[in-house]
Design a protein around this ligand. Structure first.
Ligand code: PCA
Length: 202
């Protein structure tokens, strides 16, 4: 059976819970769309997250990688179209705030997701879940790990599909945070499962 590495992130900045962490833990070990799901939670740390992800890819040898990140403030589920070769943003959980740093000195300016992002958006909408393609994953940790996975696939594992899915806040997080749009945990998880099922049809 094919294996999918599904990653989430730990809490960060002003978000005391990260729904991506909860979702990946819930889906670990399940079979969805013909993929056996292997989940891991990544640190919100510019110096560590990419290498931690590479370690999991080396150990698991997945057929595909989907990374999930919280986009606090977005109201839709948003498969990301492209990762860019720059890290720049607010402090990570280790206190590091890179300014205009390339992620890979020899990497391309950007890599397109190799996930079926359009089909994912269509399937989410058919499920009754608001969705659109996002044309920027920002320059924080989410872009960073998306870029690292796509760079690695481009250099060494052209058969390994990779990409990123940003999700809105959960109600639990919105209650604690104060003022961001939110979805139920069930809908967030259904959206992630829907995207994996779409990948399974490829
Ligand atoms: N979202 C952040 C990093 C961790 C997360 O879940 C981002 O969008 O970059």
């Amino acid at each position: 059976m094919k294996t999918l590495l599904l990653t989430g992130f730990e809490p960060f900045l002003k978000f005391p819970v990260n729904p991506t962490m909860q979702i990946v833990e819930e889906l670990h070990g399940q079979v969805i769309g013909g993929y056996h799901i292997h989940s891991e939670v990544l640190p919100v740390d510019f110096k560590k997250s990419g290498d931690v992800l590479m370690g999991h890819i080396e150990n698991i040898q997945p057929d595909a990688v989907i990374s999930l990140g919280l986009a606090g403030g977005r109201s839709k589920m948003t498969p990301e179209r492209i990762a860019i070769n720059v890290s720049d943003g607010p402090v990570d959980n280790s206190g590091h705030a890179p300014v205009d740093e390339p992620i890979e000195e020899n990497g391309a300016d950007g890599y397109f997701s190799t996930l079926p992002v359009r089909e994912m958006v269509n399937a989410l909408q058919e499920e009754g879940l608001p969705a659109e393609i996002s044309n920027t994953a920002g320059a924080y940790l989410c872009n960073h790990v998306m870029y690292r996975a796509l760079y690695f696939a481009h250099e060494q594992r052209a058969d390994m599909k990779a990409g990123f899915l940003h999700i809105p806040a959960s109600h639990e997080l919105a209650i604690q945070h104060g003022n961001i749009p939110s979805w139920s945990r069930e809908d967030l998880q259904r959206g992630v499962v829907t995207c994996i099922e779409v990948l399974g049809k490829e």
